[in-house]
Design a protein around this ligand. Sequence first.
Ligand SMILES: [Zn+2]
Length: 128
Amino acid sequence: MLECPRCKSTHIRKNGHRGDKQNNRCVDCGRQFIEQPKSHRGYSDDVRNLCLKMYVNGMGFRGIARVTDIHHTTIINWVKQVGGQLPDAHVPQEIPGVGELDEIQTFVGSKKTSSGFGPQWITSNQDF
Ligand SMILES: [Zn+2]
């Protein structure tokens, strides 16, 4: 459903084309606007919430980015937006202590995984 960028009315009329893009006009306020093609910026709330859920459950930003194909800076921005509202969230500015990282690495190492996912996950945390 199209929405007027000025008054948020959904009372929109098609108003010809500009190049290959559909031009539209808001019937209520007369504002003309071009229908935007779906961009990578417009993620749904569901996608955003899923990423935040993965983050809360301890996945690194780059790990989430690999799973979802969403750029990790986008995910970082979402986490910053919700900030302290997240229950049990890691504090974004907090860098895990060395001892903490050693524990995780020992745990991953003992699993002897051949997928390589674990060690990459550790790397992503260190990057941050
Ligand atoms: Zn309008």
